[in-house]
Every structure is written in C-alpha cells, then in structure tokens.
Design a binder for this molecule. Structure first.
Ligand code: RTP
Ligand code: MG
Length: 141
C-alpha cells in the first residue's frame, strides 16, 4: 500500500445541508488527513474546466449547472490508498445505488446533487489537486 493524495469536493447540496463537519469526520475516522482546504463558489468557467473530461457526456450541462449553485468545500486528503478509500466512503455515483453507511447514501438526493466528488485515479488526482492548490498550499504531514 502506498500513501496517496486525492481531491475531495463537498458539493453545493452537502455544504447547504451543513454537513461539512460530518463528512470530514468520516475521512478522519478512515485515516485520511486533510492537508489542504478551501471554500469556493465556482464560476461556470471553473466548473467546466474541472469537469473537462466529461465535456461530451450528456450530463455535462446539468453537472456544471449544479456545481455552481452554491459554494463547495475543496479538500486534499492524504493517507494509505487515499483514492480508493475515499471512493469507498463516498459510495456509488447514484445515491439510490450507494451502499448503506456511505456518504452518498446518507447525504445525497440525486445523481446530480450527490454530495461529494472524489478523484478516481492517481493521474486525475494529480491534475485535480493542481487545479485548485499550488504545491506550497498543500501541507503534507
Ligand atoms: P465525481 O466525479 O463527482 O466524484 O463522481 P463519479 O466519479 O462517481 O461519477 P462520474 O462518472 O465521474 O460523473 C461525474 C458527475 O456527473 C454526474 N453524473 N450524472 N445523469 C447521469 O447519468 C450522470 N452521470 C454522472 C454526477 O453528479 C457525477 O458525480
Ligand atoms: Mg468522477
């Protein structure tokens, strides 16, 4: 197992629900450390850039429209197998299909308002972290 970094976004629905702390507690209990964090209300341009890999997908416009409805909490998590561990904590993309006890099962409304984002691979984690944080603002511990 290797120590990895991953990018987490608490999406506008979960920020509005006031569950940032509850979600952070799940990361911490799973051994993931917060090593960078910022709250930001994404512009359309920010959201389109972040989700550029999905540009040609049918859900792209809905995804971007949703991500700019309110502020999000962007966090870098570090720990053993952080990418997979975070994806396990998040649960399936569609909250109706997410396992009991996962963040999406407990806090998400729909496939668009699905509470959290998490990087899906080491390469995407690197790009996504760099999208929000210069290296000197990531405090590896
Ligand atoms: P995320 O990137 O946000 O962590 O979510 P994910 O890996 O589980 O899902 P992904 O396939 O990367 O899709 C990104 C986001 O787009 C929305 N989506 N809608 N209507 C649909 O079929 C559909 N599929 C995806 C979701 O909000 C998903 O989180
Ligand atoms: Mg994804």
């Amino acid at each position: 197992m290797a120590v990895e970094r991953t990018l987490s976004i608490i999406k506008p629905d979960a920020v509005a629900k006031n569950v940032i702390g509850e979600i952070y507690a799940r990361f911490e209990k799973a051994g993931l450390k917060v090593i960078a964090a910022r709250m930001i209300h994404l512009s359309r341009n920010d959201a389109e850039g972040f989700y550029a890999v999905h540009k040609t997908r049918p859900f792209f416009k809905d995804l971007v429209d949703f991500m700019i409805t309110g502020p999000v909490m962007v966090t870098v998590l570090e720990g053993e197998s952080a990418i997979l561990k975070n994806r396990e904590l998040m649960g399936a993309t569609d909250p109706k299909k997410a396992d009991k006890g996962t963040i999406r099962a407990d806090f998400a409304q729909s496939i668009d308002a699905n509470a959290v984002h998490g990087s899906d691979a080491p390469e995407t984690a690197k790009v996504e972290i760099g999208y929000f944080f210069p290296e000197h603002q990531v405090y590896s511990r």
